[in-house]
Design a binder for this molecule. Structure first.
Ligand SMILES: Nc1ncnc2c1ncn2[C@@H]1O[C@H](COP(=O)(O)OP(=O)(O)O)[C@@H](O)[C@H]1O
Ligand SMILES: [Mg+2]
Length: 259
C-alpha cells in the first residue's frame, strides 16, 4: 500500500534522507526507530507532502499511484493523516472548527473530546498555550475526526505523562482498529500505520508487525519491532550503524508474516 522507493530528500538546501526504501502493508503497523536527528520526522513530513521537503530522487507510491509530487491536501484526500511531533500553533482557528472540518460531520466530536479530556480545549485556538501532553491529545482528536486509512504518527507518546499515555495509547489502538471508508484500500482488519517511537512505549498498545531503524538519514536495518527494540535497549544505536557500515546491503529480516 505505501511503498517508499530509494527516496532522497533535501531540506533547506541540505540532503537529509539518502536512498530510503521501506513499505507499510495495508492493515499493518510499522514502527520506525532511530536516534535524534536521524531523519525520521523528515521522512514522515515528506510522505505527507509538506512544502520545504524536496524529493531529489525516488518515489512514494500509495496503492500503486505515484504521489511523490502531489500537494498535501490531495494526499489527505487519498487517506493519509499525520500526527506531527511539533505541530504549529494556529492563532485565530478554534480547535472545534478545525475538528469539524476534518470530520466532515461524520464523527461525534463532543464524545471523542470527552474521552480525551479535551472538552475544555474545543473553544481554544489550535495548540496555542497547550502543554506537551495536551498537544498530543489535540493531534489525536484531529486524526480521529479525519479517520485516515494510513496514519503517520510522529512520537505519539513523547512528553505524555504515565497516566495520560494509557488513554492516548488506547485511543491510538481504537483509531487503528476502527472502520475506515477509503476507496481503493484493501483492508485487513484495520488501518495501516507508520509510527515513530523513541521509547517503544506505544508498542504496549498497538501491534506492530515490522520495524525499521534509521541512522544518518538512511534505513540501517529492519526486522521484528520487539526484537529491534530489545537490541537497541541493550546496545544502543551504534550496533545498527556498525552493521550498516560493514555490510551496506545487509537487511536483518525477521518477520514471520513475510513468508
Ligand atoms: N528545516 C530544516 N532546516 C535545516 N535542517 C533541518 C530542517 N529540518 C530538519 N533538518 C535537519 O535534518 C536532520 C533530521 O531531522 P529530523 O528528521 O527532525 O530527525 P528525527 O526526527 O529523526 O529526530 C537533523 O539534522 C535536522 O537538524
Ligand atoms: Mg523527529
Amino acid at each position: 500500500m505505501l511503498e517508499i522507493e530509494n527516496l532522497t530528500v533535501e531540506v533547506a538546501g541540505k540532503e537529509i534522507l539518502h536512498n530510503v526504501s521501506l513499505s507499510v502493508k495495508s492493515g499493518y503497523t510499522t514502527v520506525l526507530f532511530g536516534p535524534n536527528g536521524s531523519g525520521k520526522s523528515t521522512l514522515l513530513m515528506t510522505i505527507m507532502g509538506f512544502s520545504g521537503y524536496k524529493v531529489r530522487s525516488g518515489r512514494i507510491l500509495l496503492n500503486g499511484e505515484d504521489i511523490t509530487h502531489l500537494p498535501v491536501n490531495e494526499r489527505a484526500k487519498r487517506g493519509i493523516g499525520m500526527m506531527m511531533q511539533r505541530p504549529p500553533n494556529i492563532t485565530g482557528v478554534r480547535l472545534k472548527d478545525l475538528v469539524r472540518v476534518a470530520s466532515k460531520g461524520k464523527v461525534d466530536i463532543a464524545k471523542i473530546a470527552e474521552e480525551l479530556d479535551m472538552t475544555n480545549f474545543l473553544e481554544r485556538d489550535v495548540n496555542v498555550g497547550f502543554s506537551g501532553g495536551e498537544i498530543k491529545r489535540s493531534e489525536i482528536l484531529q486524526l480521529t475526526a479525519q479517520n485516515p486509512c494510513l496514519l503517520l504518527l510522529d512520537e505519539p507518546e513523547s512528553g505524555v505523562d504515565m497516566v495520560s499515555i494509557e488513554k492516548l495509547g488506547a485511543k491510538v489502538r481504537e483509531l487503528l482498529q476502527g472502520p475506515s471508508h477509503c476507496a481503493g484500500w484493501r483492508e485487513r482488519s484495520g488501518k495501516a500505520a507508520l509510527i515513530i517511537t523513541h521509547t517503544g512505549q506505544i508498542l504496549d498498545y498497538v501491534e506492530a508487525d515490522r520495524g525499521y531503524v534509521m541512522c544518518n538519514g538512511t534505513v540501517a536495518c529492519s526486522g521484528n519491532p520487539r526484537e529491534l527494540l530489545a537490541e537497541i535497549r541493550k546496545m544502543g544505536y551504534q550496533e545498527c550503524i556498525r552493521c550498516k557500515l560493514n555490510q551496506p546491503n545487509l537487511v536483518v529480516e525477521n518477520v514471520a508474516s513475510e513468508g
